[in-house]
Design a protein around this ligand. Structure first.
Ligand code: PMP
Length: 404
């Protein structure tokens, strides 16, 4: 991969912050956007803007065409068996809430169990807690070891006929752990339990094939994969989506409405009430084109090199403690230094033009397990370089010296 050419595709990487060239290592929170996506947004509003699935007029038909073409690209990207198994949402959070509400309403009852893991983002904890409270069901949590890896024996022992769903992330946003999701799905399926994968941190890093994994649901966000904000995807197997009631009522999701009775639309429209985020849906397709042109396998390999380099170089920092040292990791490095508060490190790094995330990363229960308030997290994308990591390491050493 020609990294300098790739960097030229992302205009914001040329920005300076506090008088220093921007070093953007907050990719797990949100990624930057290439010209291809930025221009697609301009193109949409310049040439296509119109509501979808409604008008007989040409512009509406063209907008609908682009909207559905993007759905086809997304389906192909994750190898869904059918385009209509791809539902547009606002983001991973809404995708998970959709399943919690709709699947939960139909299939979860008093005394049932839902399994999540210790590594989950709040958006894959709270909707299940709310559901369990409403249904008088129990939330079970897969424990982890000190490296931040799921304890698979414990997970296997948790499976029984009361469990109605397993919902786990593919890659941990806080630690970078890549979970053995294929093994999890196979074990759950042996008990006829469906599995939902939170792939918010996975789709941009590793190739995903939902059919090969046999995943029942998969959720992700456009803004973390070089696309626009306000758009997300819920993939669901046809058999589950057909068996689930609608999430929200309104336009688009109906076939016929009378005051006495409403009949619902077919998939995917049954789950897409109201005017969708048309621009972001269309431009997510442009982000996928960009990823495909670069090649996810190339991206995976290069980001792994960045991870190894950063881990090796940061280990030189006196007093550093890595949080999350799983054998199988994505390009996320989380750490604390002695008793220094992560926030203080983040402030100094920001002064030096380096964007990292500090805090609990929406995984408070996970921070509690490690008995820390939070971490400094540097998360890398394929437009980052080893030179930028050198800048980070020098800055972390400086921050540690100032704050110790
Ligand atoms: N799950 C994981 C693992 C995440 O990293 C995030 C975003 N930090 C989310 C869910 C929520 O995504 P969004 O805010 O885009 O809905």
């Amino acid at each position: 991969m020609d990294i300098q050419k790739i960097r030229a595709d992302f205009p914001i990487l040329q920005t300076t912050v506090n008088g220093k060239p921007l070093v953007y290592f907050d990719n797990a929170a949100s990624s930057q956007k290439p010209w291809k996506v930025i221009k697609a947004i301009e193109h949409y509003y310049t040439h296509l803007n119109s509501n979808v699935h409604r008008g007989v007029h040409t512009l509406s038909q063209q907008a609908t065409g682009a909207f559905e073409e993007s759905r086809r690209k997304i389906a192909a990207f994750i190898n869904a068996a059918h385009d209509y198994e791809v539902i547009y949402t606002r983001g991973t959070t809404e995708s998970i809430n959709l399943v919690a509400h709709s699947y939960g309403k139909q299939f979860v009852h008093e005394g049932d169990e839902i399994i999540i893991s210790s590594l989950e983002h709040h958006s894959n904890i709270v909707p299940w807690q709310m559901l369990c409270e409403e249904k008088k069901a129990t939330l079970k949590v897969i424990p982890i070891n000190e490296k931040g890896e799921l304890l698979m024996d414990a997970f296997n022992a948790m499976l029984n006929e009361k469990v109605k769903l397993v919902a786990v992330n593919y890659i941990s946003n806080s630690l970078g752990t890549i979970n053995p999701v294929k093994e999890i799905i196979a074990a759950a399926h042996a008990f006829d339990i469906p599995v939902m994968l939170d792939a918010a941190q996975a789709v941009q890093h590793i190739p995903i094939d939902v059919q090969e994994l046999d995943a029942d649901f998969l959720a992700f966000s456009g803004h973390k994969m070089y696309g626009p904000t306000g758009i997300g995807i819920l993939y669901g197997k046809e058999k589950w989506l057909n068996a689930m009631p609608p999430y929200q009522g309104g336009g688009e999701m109906i076939k016929t409405v009378s005051f006495e009775k409403t009949t619902y639309n077919d998939l995917p429209f049954k789950f897409e009430a109201g005017t969708p985020n048309i621009e972001a849906s269309v431009c997510l397709g442009a982000a996928i084109d960009y990823i495909n042109e670069t090649g996810l396998e190339n991206i995976r390999q290069y980001e792994h090199e960045l991870l190894q380099y950063a881990t090796e170089k940061l280990a030189e920092v006196e007093g550093i403690r890595f949080i999350g040292t799983a054998d199988n990791k994505a390009s996320v490095v989380s750490f604390v230094i002695g008793n220094i508060h992560p926030y203080d490190v983040g402030v100094i790094l920001d002064k030096l033009g380096i964007a990292v995330r500090t805090g609990h990363h929406c995984t408070q229960p996970l921070m509690d397990i490690f008995a820390i308030p939070g971490t400094v997290r540097a998360s890398f994308a394929f437009y980052n370089t080893k030179e930028e990591i050198d800048i980070l390491v020098a800055a972390v050493k400086r921050a540690a010296a100032m704050l110790s």
